[in-house]
Design a protein. Structure first.
Ligand SMILES: *[C@@H]1O[C@H](CO)[C@@H](O)[C@H](O)[C@H]1NC(C)=O
Ligand SMILES: *[C@@H]1O[C@H](CO)[C@@H](O)[C@H](O)[C@H]1NC(C)=O
Length: 149
């Protein structure tokens, strides 16, 4: 039941937005009514579609801004909603694949640039360039995630 709920949440939050070619920075999240503006800060939404930019709230040390109801959460559990795009399209350490968005990857086949052969993570998983499994359900301290939708 818990994993079903998790999958549903992920699907609700990311699923439909995947269709839109925009990042999830500055977007009001229905799951917690905030808009993450970078990995560690957010605006309130107060039930509206657009964030209230008059105040910036920081996450406590060690936590990142997520789509969880708790807003700020351990990075080791959940990827941030908004953040680094540096790793996007970069082949991982052993040149096997690159994450091209939060949920897509492209094969590198031993080269340093990704090919056009690409795939999509199963529902509830996101691409982690630090993982041999390509797509994971949980981030780790070492996760390399491409924060693009
Ligand atoms: C996030 O944005 C806040 C407010 O602009 C800024 O103070 C903070 O340094 C930023 N954090 C990162 C990791 O960029
Ligand atoms: C992903 O693969 C499809 C064909 O399966 C191709 O049309 C598309 O250009 C590829 N995307 C990227 C980013 O390489």
């Amino acid at each position: 039941m818990k994993s079903v709920l998790f999958a549903l949440t992920v699907l609700t939050v990311f699923g439909w937005r995947l269709q839109l070619a925009s990042g999830s920075c500055g977007l009001c999240q229905s799951s917690n009514d905030v808009a993450c503006i970078n990995q560690t800060a957010y605006h309130m939404c107060f039930g509206k579609e657009t964030p209230d930019q008059s105040q910036i709230f920081p996450c406590p040390d060690g936590l990142v801004c997520t789509d969880k109801p708790q807003v700020c959460f351990q990075r080791s559990e959940t990827p941030a909603s908004c953040g680094d795009t540096d790793s996007c399209g970069r082949c991982n350490a052993n040149n096997v694949f690159a994450c091209t968005s939060r949920t897509t990857f492209a094969f590198c086949f031993g080269a340093t640039t990704p090919t056009t052969v690409n795939g999509t993570c199963p529902a509830g998983r996101f691409c982690d360039a630090s993982s041999a499994n390509f797509c994971v359900a949980k981030a780790t301290e070492d996760s390399i995630i491409c924060h693009l939708d």
